[in-house]
Design a protein around this ligand. Sequence first.
Ligand SMILES: Nc1ncnc2c1ncn2[C@@H]1O[C@H](COP(=O)(O)OP(=O)(O)O)[C@@H](O)[C@H]1O
Ligand SMILES: [Mg+2]
Length: 244
Amino acid sequence: MPGLLEGRGITVRFGGLTALKGVDFGVAPGEVLSVIGPNGAGKTTLFNVITGRVRPTEGSVMFRGEAIHRLPPFRVARLGIVRTFQKTEVFASLPLMDGVAAGALARDDPDPSARAREALETVGLLGKAALTAGQLSYGDQRLLELAQALAVAPAVLLLDEPASGMNHQESAHIVRLIGELRDKGLAVILVEHNMHVVMTISDRVMVINYGEKIAEGSPAAVRGDPRVIEAYLGRQQGSDADPR
Ligand SMILES: Nc1ncnc2c1ncn2[C@@H]1O[C@H](COP(=O)(O)OP(=O)(O)O)[C@@H](O)[C@H]1O
Ligand SMILES: [Mg+2]
């Protein structure tokens, strides 16, 4: 089923600034699409368009053939299009279980706590379910955020820099998890600066620069593309090794 989620000609202008310019994309179930590009390229804006936070100035986003680019964020989430944020957003003072169950409640799940349990188990946090989010390490907070998203039973999962600030072991865990979710049939769209993560997990990579798509293809094809090296990868020296 190609085109579970499809964007056509997405343009976003903020006053005089064009954050996205005529971007097309599509993602299928069981596929990981990565979106890479320098800071300010428009990656988060693309997520904001897909999730209903920003309305495109031009273009459309279709989910299962239905236009969704004019829907408010909660309606988009109810369709099963769920994101995590570039900066961690967890309910610091709530027990993990409650914060994650809130995600399931949002989708009228008949058994939110079962769904929360399942999501925490998937990310490996079930053993810490009685702790509050504030008591977790940074890496575990990022996993918690993923569990919150999974509790909504997404069809499309958008991950904004899930490996940022993670050490090698933690990012390897994230890669394994994303692979499992993909194998379960989720469509995953990943924004990530850690090129080791991107090149390991992606089925397809799309590169944006100043709001325009400059390349799209297999990780190997994109990695060798001179325009991509010029605009982005060539400036990424050493980023395979996590700075922390
Ligand atoms: N709500 C907004 N209002 C005005 N400008 C914005 C807004 N959101 C993003 N931008 C601008 O759009 C451009 C793309 O930003 P962003 O999508 O966050 O890039 P990336 O995630 O690739 O780093 C940047 O120049 C940013 O400053
Ligand atoms: Mg961003």
